[in-house]
Design a protein. Structure first.
Length: 365
């Protein structure tokens, strides 16, 4: 995990002092270099992803405002912090209006610099645009953590609030076993989890509308973590995931009958097509695993069994139609192989399609 920092300052002593201090800070901060003017600074942008730019305003050849304008046009995800003297305060304020993240007055105070770096680095972690480039040396998820995350997502998807709360507590303990109490190392794992959950629930209709405000609250808490204790951070994370389960539970309770009705309508109309559980989930706005559980609970059979039963019922109707060949009937109910169709038919009806046809003919004689 690296946060690449570039220092641009024409006063050699100040430049050296800031550069040495950033180097001493260590992980996750990585000083990629220093420059004395904007032209030199842009050379670094051509070689490395620059996550945070610390720049003076008054410099030769290309000053800070010109550099900022160029960076804002070409490297929009870079966070910019101005190093400003009192005499440059007007220009600093003007730059902030143009999208600069913050400014620091010279002479710099180390604690203020650290505070700004922490804030900007935290926001970078939460930005999907720069997240991948930051995770260069991010610790990997081990198998126990991966299993716990999967268990957490299953519980959220089922709307199991207390189960989700207990599961995220277990997951946080497992992560802390790896990273200790280092919030900078903990936050990327939390963000990974958020991104994965977002992807897992992407097919749930309107779920983002329900969760967006709470996600923003969690992000703000993570960004401002230097003002909060580790316990407060953990409690906020736990409550967020429990809230996700609550939202899913409420959504499911309201939409279950509608989802099943929509599924049955689609299958009754397109029973001759191969609509997988994943595709049906997309069509109805729910996850495949939830849809599978819903069919089992409400219909007494799983999705595949329901589709096959529907097809067999349609096949029995078609077997009463004169002159239809077996292959034609198989194709009409979604099978491209007559032998496989006959095998499935016998499993459900206890006899082959031909035997069923003959039996029906005898009854009508």
């Amino acid at each position: 995990m690296k946060v690449n920092i570039l220092v641009v300052e024409d006063e050699k002593r100040v430049n050296q002092s800031i550069s040495e201090f950033i180097t001493e800070l260590g992980n996750p901060y990585h000083l990629i270099g220093s420059a004395s003017n904007g032209i030199q600074a842009l050379e670094f942008f051509d070689k490395y992803p620059v996550h945070i730019l610390l720049t003076d305003i008054r410099m030769p050849q290309m000053d800070g405002l010109q550099l900022i304008e160029h960076v804002r046009m070409n490297f929009i995800n870079t966070k910019i912090i101005i190093l400003s003297g009192y005499s440059d305060f007007y220009y600093a304020k003007k730059a902030i209006q143009n999208g600069v993240a913050d400014y620091l007055l010279k002479p710099l105070k180390k604690e203020e610099l650290v505070s700004r770096l922490v804030k900007e680095a935290s926001e970078l972690y939460l930005s999907t645009h720069t997240y991948a480039s930051l995770m260069v040396n991010q610790e990997k998820w081990n198998m126990p953590m991966t299993r716990l995350e999967s268990e957490l997502f299953d519980l959220i998807e089922m709307g199991n609030i207390e189960g989700a709360r207990e599961s995220i507590i277990k997951l946080l303990k497992a992560i802390k076993k790896l990273v200790g109490d280092d919030l900078f190392r903990l936050i990327p794992f939390v963000i990974d989890c958020l991104l994965a959950l977002n992807k897992r629930l992407s097919s749930v209709k309107d779920i983002d509308l329900y969760l967006e405000s709470r996600k923003n609250e969690l992000k703000e808490m993570l960004v401002q973590h230097q003002h909060r204790s580790l316990i407060e951070i953990e409690e906020g994370v736990v409550e967020f995931f429990a809230y996700c389960a609550q939202v899913i539970k409420n959504t499911r309770e309201q939409s279950s009958p509608d989802v099943l009705h929509r599924c049955r309508d689609i299958l009754n109309k397109y029973f001759d097509r191969e609509i997988t559980l994943v595709e049906m989930g997309r069509l109805t706005g729910v996850t495949p695993s939830y849809l599978s559980r819903l069919f089992k609970k409400e219909m007494g059979v799983n999705y595949t069994e329901y589709v096959n039963q529907l097809r067999m019922n349609k096949a029995k109707e078609l077997l009463n139609v004169p002159h239809l060949k077996m292959m034609e009937i198989a194709n009409m109910v979604g099978f491209n192989n007559a032998n496989y169709f006959a095998k499935i038919f016998k499993r459900y009806e206890g006899m082959t399609p031909n035997e069923y046809h003959d039996q029906r003919m005898e009854l009508h004689e």
